[in-house]
Design a protein around this ligand. Structure first.
Ligand code: GLY
Length: 293
């Protein structure tokens, strides 16, 4: 298990989706995770906040068409791109989320703008109007889409611990290829796709949103962290999916920066960097970590 314990410790873990990754896409997934790690780690190393680091890392993932978020988003049954994103601040338990939002370049930034506001979640035209009112960057729908043959990929997420002991979590997704218009998965739902609480830890999931929501996987992890380390919490959450079926991957940090992650999908693109290890690492399968570390 990677660790970042001690005063001034920081840690950042991100993922590019629980999915099957074709051999020719492996390098792009690793490179994309490392690029996003670099953006998030730069924030943490300079003393920035966990929330700033999460947003910075996810913005890089949203701009990378390798990942199903922002620019790489898949299309719904009407051929439209509708995106979901959320962030959660572990210091205040503030949540900001948007769902089924169209044509914004960085859904995570719109979610961040919602953080100190009520309500915690805005959908569809309401989310879009909020984004417009707050000066979010818009782009043509065509610039958000990838060809459907590249669509076997899922959701991005990031969790971080900053030097002041604050935790944050964020998710962003284009949803499921060919899904019903207006369908919303786990990603913007606290307790399902993400959660952060300075008293316990932070978590973000990727995978089959209906299964993750029905199993309340993020809530399960937070409860587990009261008694077990992050790796055990991640393993236990993924094991719960056997009841409802479905594929998922989850990344977990506890309040002292210990890392856990698990998946039952063929691959799970994950990037990890902590103040203790220094060296940013990207993996596509859990077994790579045990083989190399
Ligand atoms: N995990 C993303 C979704 O199901 O929408």
């Amino acid at each position: 298990m990677s660790m970042a314990e001690g005063p001034g410790a920081w840690a950042l873990v991100l993922h590019g989706g629980a999915k099957e990754i074709a051999p020719e896409k492996e390098q792009a997934n690793r490179d994309g995770c490392l690029d996003a790690l670099a953006a998030g780690v730069a924030v943490l190393r300079s003393g920035g906040s966990a929330m700033d680091a999460v947003e910075a890392a996810i913005r890089v993932l949203e701009d990378d068409p390798t990942f199903n978020a922002g620019r790489g988003s898949v299309r719904n049954a009407d051929g439209e791109v509708e995106m979901d994103a959320a962030v959660m601040d572990g210091a205040t338990l503030d949540v900001g989320g948007v769902a089924a939002i169209r044509q914004v370049r960085h859904p995570v930034t719109v979610a961040r703008l919602m953080l100190r506001d009520t309500p915690t979640l805005l959908v569809a035209d309401g989310a879009r109007r909020f984004a417009q009112a707050h000066g979010a960057e818009f782009c043509e729908a065509a610039n958000l889409e990838v060809p459907s043959e590249d669509a076997a990929h899922d959701t991005v997420g990031c969790i971080a611990l900053d030097m002041r002991g604050n935790l944050a979590a964020g998710t962003s997704t284009g949803g499921l290829e060919g899904c019903l218009p207006g369908r919303v998965g786990d990603s913007p739902l606290p307790g399902c796709g993400l959660y952060a609480d300075n008293a316990a830890g932070a978590v973000a999931f990727s995978g089959d949103g209906e299964s993750i929501s029905r199993s309340m996987l993020a809530a399960r992890v937070m409860q587990s962290l009261e008694t077990v380390p992050p790796q055990d919490a991640a393993d236990a959450a993924i094991a719960r999916l056997s009841r409802v079926g479905g594929e998922a991957g989850g990344i977990v940090l506890d309040h002292i920066g210990r890392v856990g992650w698990a998946h039952n999908s063929a691959h799970f693109a994950v990037g990890i960097a902590t103040s203790r290890d220094g060296r940013p690492r990207a993996y596509l399968r859990k077994r790579e970590e045990t083989a190399h570390d």
